[in-house]
Design a protein around this ligand. Structure first.
Ligand code: AKG
Ligand code: FE2
Length: 330
């Protein structure tokens, strides 16, 4: 019998071991079967508790799919000013909008970036009819990219649930089934990076973010009093927890503030996929994460929609927005 373990080392995978792509192994560094999933799940929880951020490689999203959409998105920012003008808006209810700096700068110093925001998944007609049709590659490459990243996010959510000792499907219902919101942030090279900030310090308002930053550094995550650079790993996705993850896990997995800095050498573009609960989803600390005597619920129950409104009213300030949802046990 030709056992795999009979060979000292394998230089390549023989053809007969290669599944066709639609049946093949998906995602992450390991096969997602119960015996090997646990180390990945445990690793995610360890990194998540320590940093609120981690990076994923060998995630199963094809390199060409990422490159294809990144090129199309870069093409959007490279369009002539007059072609971009119709998309420009600070009206948050617009389903596809282009803007600069941030909605939350209160007219003060601007942040050195332009961005587009839109609903990227599912590719329903309701979402897709707002995507820029003039750019021929945009829609087809987005359809591929957003479906693949959705799949990856669902797998990561299963692993997080397992790592926390929850049912594997804990996050994959209404907590993650709202339309996926995407932000594409474009930071042109800046003549003096010592003067500018690319993006304000903030926590993400939803459940989970899966971000492609390619190979240009700029993202920093708060760690205590310090800001740590999230080093670009070619082809990796950066994953971080949003406010809803912190609330549902009763602060076991906290949402960390992050921001972006600029550089003078190269343009930077990040593609952020924000996994949202459904608007009406009721959010509360999971009963499994609460112990009335030792670890009581730190947040009250609310509808996700309510949180979205509070976040805007608080100009994305972490302390301010959480205040109206926190239960004080002192
Ligand atoms: O540009 C980055 O790396 C960060 C983007 C970000 O935090 C966001 O879009 O929420
Ligand atoms: Fe963010």
């Amino acid at each position: 019998m030709e056992l795999l373990s009979n060979a000292l080392a394998h230089r390549s995978v023989p053809d007969r071991y290669g599944f066709p792509p639609d049946k093949g192994p998906v995602l992450l560094a390991h096969d997602h079967s119960p015996d090997v999933a646990f180390p990945v799940a445990a690793e995610i929880i360890r990194a998540g508790k320590e940093f609120g951020f981690f990076q994923v490689v060998n995630h199963g999203v094809e390199e060409g799919v990422v490159r294809g959409f990144r090129e199309a998105a870069a093409g959007f920012f490279a369009m002539l000013a007059e072609d971009k003008l119709p998309y420009c808006s600070y009206d948050m209810s617009k389903r596809f909008r282009l803007a600069t700096s941030t909605f939350y700068d209160s007219g003060e110093t601007r942040y050195w970036h332009d961005y587009i925001k839109f609903r990227g998944y599912p590719a329903s007609n309701q979402n897709a009819r707002h995507w820029p049709s003039k750019l021929v590659n945009f829609t087809p490459s987005l359809v591929e990219y957003s479906a693949a990243v959705h799949e990856l996010a669902q797998t990561i959510l299963c692993l997080i649930a397992e790592g926390l000792g929850l049912d594997g499907t804990f996050f994959t219902g209404n907590l993650s089934r709202g339309d996926t919101h995407m932000s594409i942030n474009y930071y042109p090279p800046c003549p003096d990076p010592t003067l500018t900030m690319g993006l304000l310090a903030h926590c993400d308002r939803h459940l989970l973010t899966v971000l492609s930053q390619a190979d240009v550094a700029g993202l920093q995550a708060r760690h205590g009093e310090r800001w740590l650079l999230v080093h670009p790993i070619p082809g990796a996705f950066v994953v971080n927890f949003g406010h809803q993850m912190e609330i549902v896990t009763n602060r076991v997995l906290a949402s960390m503030e992050h921001r972006a800095v600029t550089n003078s050498a190269a343009a930077r573009m990040s593609v952020a996929t924000h996994v949202h609960p459904t608007d009406g989803c009721r959010i509360r600390p999971a009963s499994e994460m609460v112990d009335e005597a030792m670890n009581p619920a730190r947040y009250r129950e609310f509808a996700f929609r309510e949180f979205m409104e509070a976040y805007d009213a608080a100009d994305a300030s972490r302390e301010e927005v959480l205040q109206s949802f926190m239960i004080n046990h002192d």
